[in-house]
Ligand binder design. Structure first.
Ligand code: PMP
Length: 448
């Protein structure tokens, strides 16, 4: 049962085609003009018209509780008045000035990010996306270290560009193996399908560290530039290594002067509840940290923050025309201020724990859910065939449909498309969490 409010679509008027026809028409036009590989969710895709708080409405007037936030991007809330006002005010002044001119909003944003990063005397380079943030981090690390050798995690995702595909340890997102980078893939991010999975935490970490040592000796020629890793793998299905894992890896990296790049595109800004950044679960400070998604609450913004000597290693000119424009910086400043003033990290911990506790008994009692992973407001269910861990993407797809039919939007992911991901805006209330859990569990029960 979905909640339908035909009055909510502001675009509807008497002369317009019926709402259902509008979605069908849009789908046909979309398929004709968009690339084949740009997938839409659901057997009957939906077109979102507007949002408010943690809810969105489609053009047919159906309301959904949003547990995916446009792929972990609506960080605070939909149509947050503070962000809307900041964007409107800035839009009335100047949309764009380029990096050639000083801009108050951009400098203020960079100062705030540098301070929040936990990296001493950090510098910040702003970009329009997470892909470009990682591309820039790779450039900085490889130039600084004078090496094109890079370590990445198995099951990783870092972006869609030619360079970031070269560090993607995930078959579905690797359309080419051509790359200027020499990448070696490291064990450990995705424990459920690791050969070391049955070991207790400490031994699991030790086995991965031993493998890293061997990889450096056997699969590289030394002088590796960096290890880039997501503290919790996003696209990879919120795969979460034990706490301290990257701290143990970094001890080996430090022996060789190899930089550590933390890709916090999904894990940043307090989403994991216990920590503001994912790296903080590992007792280390990264040399470079990349971010995007949530910081702009939907405005196109990403970037790299890191050690000044590494960021400044790029010789010659280097700019991003759109990176950190006055418009997106104004919105991001308002968004970040809201997040910090209301301790949304604390809310992510509190409400995330509540969500997890309410879902866990069903996970324990459902033979086709292997495990629940993640932390804070970043939780995933991995769907398998009962009796083992053979991936079951059909059940994940069925769960996606069943949640939608009940008025709940969740996401999909995982190496085999068999993981259902939940990552609502960080303002999620307890009542909304309970509502979402009820819809989710009803959807789980509806599947064999
Ligand atoms: N890194 C991670 C961890 C991501 O999840 C993503 C996007 N899913 C990216 C990088 C790329 O970001 P964007 O899509 O903004 O280019």
């Amino acid at each position: 049962m979905t909640m339908t409010d035909p009055a909510v679509d502001p675009g509807t008027d008497a002369a317009a085609p019926s709402a259902g026809a509008r979605t069908a028409d849009l789908l046909e036009r979309h398929r004709a003009v968009m690339p084949r590989w740009q997938a839409l969710y659901y057997a009957d895709p939906i077109a979102l018209s507007h949002g408010e708080g943690r809810h969105v409405w489609d053009v047919e007037g159906t309301r959904y509780l949003d547990f995916f936030g446009g792929i972990l991007t609506t960080m605070t809330a939909h149509a947050l008045p503070e962000v809307t006002a900041a964007v409107q005010e800035q839009a009335g002044k100047i949309l764009h000035s380029s990096t050639l001119y000083l801009n108050e909003q951009t400098v203020e944003l960079a100062e705030r990010i540098a301070e929040l990063s936990g990296i001493p005397d950090a510098k910040v380079f702003l970009t329009p996306s997470g892909t470009e943030a990682n591309d820039a981090a790779l450039l900085m690390a490889t130039v600084h270290r004078r090496s094109n050798q890079v370590l990445a995690m198995r099951n990783s995702y870092h972006g869609r560009s030619f360079s970031t595909i070269g560090i993607t340890g995930h078959r579905s997102w690797s359309p080419t193996s051509f790359s200027g980078l020499q990448t070696t893939y490291v064990h450990g991010g995705y424990r459920l399908r690791s050969p070391f999975r049955d070991l207790p935490d400490g031994e699991y970490t030790a086995a991965c560290v031993a493998d890293l040592r061997q990889l450096l000796d056997m699969a590289t020629s030394g002088d590796v530039a960096c290890l880039i890793a997501e503290p919790i793998q996003g696209v990879g299905g919120f795969a979460t290594p034990p706490d301290g894992f990257f701290g143990a890896m970094k001890e080996v990296l430090d022996e060789h002067g190899i930089l550590f790049v933390s890709d916090e595109v999904q894990t940043g800004w307090g989403r994991t509840g216990e920590h503001f950044w994912g790296y903080q679960a590992h007792g280390i400070t990264p040399d470079l940290l990349t971010f995007a998604k949530g910081i702009g609450n939907g405005l196109p913004l990403g970037g790299v923050v890191g050690r000044a000597d590494v960021v400044d290693a790029i010789a010659g000119n280097h700019i991003s025309t759109f990176g950190g424009s006055p418009l997106v910086s104004a919105g991001a400043n308002a968004n970040l201020r809201y997040l910090l003033e209301r301790d949304l990290q604390g809310n992510a911990k509190r409400v995330g724990d509540r969500l997890r506790a309410a879902v866990q008994p069903t996970v324990d009692g459902t033979p086709w859910i292997a495990e629940m992973r993640g932390r804070g407001l970043m939780l995933a269910l991995e769907c398998v065939h009962p009796g083992g861990i053979e991936p079951d993407p059909a059940r994940a797809a069925a769960l996606l449909e069943a949640t939608k039919d009940r008025g709940l939007l969740v996401g999909k992911g995982g190496l085999y498309g068999n993981v259902v991901r939940m990552a609502p805006p960080l303002t999620l209330t307890e009542a909304e969490a309970d509502e979402g859990v009820a819809l989710l569990l009803d959807a789980v029960r509806s599947i064999d």
